[in-house]
Design a protein around this ligand. Structure first.
Ligand SMILES: Nc1ncnc2c1ncn2[C@@H]1O[C@H](COP(=O)(O)OP(=O)(O)OP(=O)(O)O)[C@@H](O)[C@H]1O
Length: 244
């Protein structure tokens, strides 16, 4: 198995003392890893540190064997990300937003742009200015931007945020198809257990800045009817109480 991402003892504490402590996990080629945790548990902080957008204190994050702290550009060449809100130029069309992004990737041509517009089902709106897009359409464009360069690792923060049922299913299918057909690896943050359960083959439970567990989905569901039950059992183990 090829290790794509390795996070060792990631600690990032903000001045207010909040953040994440001692997070360790790894992603192998083709894995779809879900980062499941409630609001404020540290999911975005973990993703931002992996993408070099913020820096941990005692951590080591290696992507494709390169240390993210020492060589961010090289490390992130094969990584696509959608973190917090998609970075979209509202005065441009969806297609022009993709063209702007394509400037950074010599191998991305018009055919690839069209392919991605179709895969994310925004081709019918491709000429409209993005300022008029609904939240869900912006989210689809955010995913299109993240996968445009055909990255080997895609990092997505709440990718189905604002999407309707069909949109959620479509995004899930795109993720699974890329993993199965191309071996693309994914790290997906969400506070929605059913979504992570349906999409991912591994799950990391984050709570109050700590990693409570990192398991295959199969193992998580072995003694639990749903991922939600697994999550609650892990939180209960930590607190020694049924209250969460
Ligand atoms: N720039 C910052 N300065 C101070 N505290 C921060 C900062 N960013 C995040 N935090 C705090 O760190 C903790 C983890 O936040 P983070 O955004 O990583 O959580 P999250 O799991 O992504 O939450 P959500 O699901 O609500 O997006 C929270 O307590 C948050 O208030």
């Amino acid at each position: 198995m090829e290790t794509i991402l390795e996070v060792k003892n990631l600690t990032k504490l903000y001045k207010n003392g909040r953040g994440v402590k001692n997070i360790s996990f790894s992603i192998q080629k083709g894995d779809i890893v879900g980062l499941l945790g409630p609001n404020g548990s540290g999911k975005t902080t973990i993703m931002k540190t992996i993408m070099g957008l913020t820096h941990g204190s005692e951590s080591s994050v290696t992507v494709f064997g390169n240390d993210v702290e020492t060589d961010v550009e090289k490390t992130l060449e094969k990584v696509g990300g959608l973190i917090e809100r998609p970075a979209i130029f509202e005065h441009l069309s969806a297609k022009d937003n993709l063209r702007m992004m394509a400037r950074y990737y010599p191998h991305v041509d018009e055919e690839r742009i069209q392919q991605v517009l179709e895969a994310t089902r925004i081709s019918q709106y491709q000429k409209e200015k993005c300022g008029k897009f609904s939240l869900g359409m912006k989210q689809r464009l955010g995913l299109a931007l993240a996968i445009l360069s055909d990255p080997e690792l895609v990092i997505l923060d709440e990718p189905t945020n604002g999407l309707d049922i069909e949109g959620t299913v479509e995004i899930r299918e795109i993720i699974k198809k890329m993993s199965a057909e191309k071996g693309t690896s994914f790290l997906i943050a969400s506070h929605l257990a059913p979504e992570i359960e349906k999409t991912c083959n591994k799950v990391a439970i984050v709570h109050d800045g700590e990693l409570l567990s990192f398991e295959t989905m199969e193992e998580a569901l072995r003694l639990n009817p749903t991922l939600e039950d697994y999550f609650l059992s892990k939180v209960k183990d930590k607190r020694g109480s049924v209250l969460i």
